[in-house]
Design a protein around this ligand. Structure first.
Ligand SMILES: O=C(O)c1cc(C(=O)O)c2c(n1)C(=O)C(=O)c1cc(C(=O)O)[nH]c1-2
Ligand SMILES: [Ca+2]
Length: 698
């Protein structure tokens, strides 16, 4: 018998024959993010050292989980670029830039991140922010094929604001990928392409066709029979696409021979405006199981019916074997944004158990038979018309950062957070190009964006790591609560260690059995990405990508990047027990003194606050406070010059750096109101700094 070589597509099927490799996003198809290596373990991890570091050529958010095969690490970075690196030394072997047009940045909600490559046979696959799926020769990075994943004649709503941030799935000779865009206006779907040729195999749309017409896709039947009746006849979903974007976890399970698709929130958010307050809106916020060869529907489980909270179910889908009532069941473990931990039968989708893993106020619990949430009255804010302070908020109780599972402890490790939000429906649906179109109140004057609500949210923010006992649905241990939500993804190892990088830039190792903090390293910038472990030249390494950004990293102002004082510096770091590398000293981040022009017009500035909230805040921070990743416009010298400001915002003077031109959306007069608003905010900030006795206020 010949054991499959690690370089064949088949190898991931037998990933446990290759404990030193990391061949898929979660290492094996179970997506457990568990490494069987134990040379680095709970008794010696305190002596871990940096072995090498590689500076990246982008300092946007880094969310990549690399593939490591035969001593080569393949990693993606912001802007969908790919690096092949000698996994033992960090030496760059080749790099590939798909040259995403930088002004495309604002077509997505949450930064130009990328969550990693896929491997099949001799090719590395990357999905790009501008929606291409590209196959590269793994030896030298040359393009073998490239396809546009968006069908141009499809019924996708009028916004069609698609971007890809997720890692492709490689399984059964196919490469499967979804996309994001539900905040701006999109209809979710996933596509499967032949791994060798790039030819489309099948498509599955996650929400109905607006005309209940066939898409000539694998989803046609189930959408017509099951999903369409759960939507209103009218409503903004017809033009906005409905949402349900599959922008993160898509998983193949060889045990059931099914692909599981996690689907996202509604487009627009407001359930009242989206679907006239009617129906459950399938398949929003669901897990859908389809056949890998054809995309044929098998089962679905909707975690959040009537979504109006941005409660995506795209989060990390993991499979494991769990003792339930005396029998071993093959199950899906899932901790979506909505704050409940679900155990589903992987073959049938049957709800087996569910329990909230954080404080939630939108549901009293789950129906023990069906798993359907028992809504609290105030949570259904869009139909009831109330302002809602929801736990979780739009960041979710668990976001992008991946979980891990250790079969040794039996715990699922979850990077969790408390991050509430205000919700309030708009009265009518307003749609703007190049903007978030939520059907929600987003004026700078409203609840979501006022200083008071920001202060309230800030006070309630927490993040921690929990070891969750999935059999008893309870926490086994948890790390002390920090004030940062959104900490990095996880790795568990056979050395009984759980690794995690934090928003504050510290990289930690915890004892998997009891949470004892065994090691920490100052990585100098916030960490979102999940670590991996592998062997190179027979030695165990733990590696992680560093760099702050992502959805949370850009938008919520005043909740600034939690590595105060240093610039956002992106790198790959690799650790060993005998490492001898060190990082150069962190560069201090300094903003110039504020020097706004003397005059501004208050009325114009107030009008500008609304334009800013519509078009600018998602990247430059709400209330014009940046988090340190993208420019803080209060400090920009361009606000002193009307012409310079207009040439940037209106005419694209900084397009090459990722700043789109807005002259299709904004008149020169409207752009001038934004400048007035920024001058006003700069003056307010100067006053705050003065009252804080010269201490820099944010
Ligand atoms: O609804 C969508 O289509 C969509 C897409 C994405 C994305 O593609 O990154 C995110 C979200 N939603 C989202 O709700 C969210 O919180 C989020 C965080 C991040 C990130 O990478 O930090 N992406 C996204
Ligand atoms: Ca979303």
């Amino acid at each position: 018998e010949t054991s499959a070589s690690a370089s064949t597509g088949d190898a991931i099927t037998h990933a446990d024959d290759h404990p030193g490799e990391w061949l898929g996003h979660g290492r094996t198809w179970s997506e457990q993010r568990y490494s069987p290596l134990n040379a680095i373990n709970a008794s010696n991890v305190g002596g871990l050292h940096l072995a090498w570091h590689l500076d990246l050529d982008t300092n946007r958010g880094q969310e990549g989980s690399p593939i490591v095969e035969s001593g080569v690490m393949y990693e993606t970075t912001a802007w969908s670029m790919v690096k092949a690196v000698d996994a033992a030394t960090g030496k760059l072997l080749w790099s590939y830039d798909p040259k995403v047009v930088r002004s495309f940045a604002d077509k997505g909600c949450c930064d130009v991140v990328n969550r990693g490559p896929a491997l099949w046979n001799d090719k590395i696959y990357v999905a790009t922010y501008d929606n291409r799926l590209i196959a590269l020769d793994k030896h030298d990075g040359h393009v073998v094929w490239s396809v546009d994943t968006i069908p141009h004649d499809a019924d996708l709503g009028s916004q069609r604001s698609y971007t890809i941030t997720g890692a492709p799935l490689a399984a059964k000779g196919q490469i499967v990928i979804g996309n994001g865009g539900a905040e701006l206006g999109a209809r979710g779907f996933i596509s499967a392409f032949n791994a060798e040729t790039g030819k489309l195999s099948w498509r599955f749309y996650t929400v109905p066709n607006a005309h209940n017409a066939p898409d000539h896709a694998a989803s046609d039947d189930v959408l017509r029979k099951v999903a369409y009746p759960t939507w209103s006849k009218g409503g903004a979903w017809l033009t906005q696409g409905g949402g349900g974007t599959a922008w993160d976890s898509i998983v193949y399970d060889p045990v059931t021979n099914l692909i599981y698709i996690g689907t996202g929130n509604g487009s627009p958010w407001s359930y009242l405006l989206r679907s006239e307050g009617k129906g459950d809106n399938l398949f929003l916020s669901s897990i859908i199981a389809v056949k890998p060869d054809t995309g044929e529907y098998v089962w679905h489980f909707q975690e959040t019916p009537k979504d109006q909270w941005d409660y995506t179910s795209v989060q990390h889908i993991m499979t494991l074997d769990l003792p339930i009532n005396g029998a071993i069941r093959h199950v899906i473990a899932h901790a979506p944004k909505n704050g409940f931990f679900y155990i589903l039968d992987a073959k049938t989708g049957e709800f087996l158990s569910g329990k909230n893993f954080v404080y939630v106020n939108w549901a009293k619990g789950l129906d023990p038979k069906t798993g359907r949430p028992l809504f609290t009255p105030g949570a259904l804010y869009s139909t009831k018309g109330n302002l809602w302070y929801g736990f979780p908020g739009t960041m979710g109780a668990h976001g992008v950062p991946e979980m891990a599972y250790s079969p040794r402890t039996g715990y699922v490790y979850i990077p969790v957070q408390q991050a509430p939000d205000f919700y309030q429906t708009a009265h009518t649906m307003e749609v703007h190009p190049d903007a978030w179109n939520l059907g929600e109140e987003t004026d700078a004057s409203d609840a979501r964006d006022s200083y008071q609500s920001l202060a309230k949210i800030t006070k309630d923010l927490r993040g921690w790591l929990v070891a969750w006992d999935p059999v008893h649905q309870r926490a086994a241990w948890r790390t002390p609560e920090g004030t940062d939500p959104i900490n990095g993804g996880l790795l568990a190892t056979a050395g009984d260690v759980v690794f995690q990088g934090l928003a504050n830039g510290q990289f930690h190792a915890y004892d998997a059995r009891n949470g004892k903090d065994l090691f920490s390293f100052d990585a100098q910038s916030g960490i979102l990405a999940p670590p991996v472990s592998y062997l190179a030249n027979g030695k165990q390494y733990v590696a992680v990508e560093v760099g702050w950004g992502g959805g949370y990293g850009l938008y919520p102002s005043g909740l600034e990047r939690r590595k105060p004082g240093s610039t956002n510096h992106s790198r790959i770091l690799a650790f060993t027990l005998d490492g001898a590398d060190s990082l150069p000293p962190a560069q201090a981040m300094s903003l110039p003194p504020l020097s706004p022009p003397h005059d501004y017009d208050k009325k114009s500035a107030l009008a500008g606050s609304r334009q800013f909230a519509l078009y600018c805040q998602w990247c430059h921070g709400n209330l014009a406070k940046s988090n340190g990743v993208l420019p803080d416009l209060r400090y920009s010298s361009a606000i002193a010059d009307k012409g310079a400001f207009e040439s940037i915002v209106g005419k694209g003077a900084l397009e090459a750096f990722g700043m789109d031109r807005f002259d299709k959306s904004l008149s020169p007069e409207e752009i001038e109101t934004i400048r007035q608003y920024l001058i006003w905010r700069a003056h307010q900030t100067l006053e705050e700094q003065a009252t804080k006795g010269g201490k820099r206020a944010h």
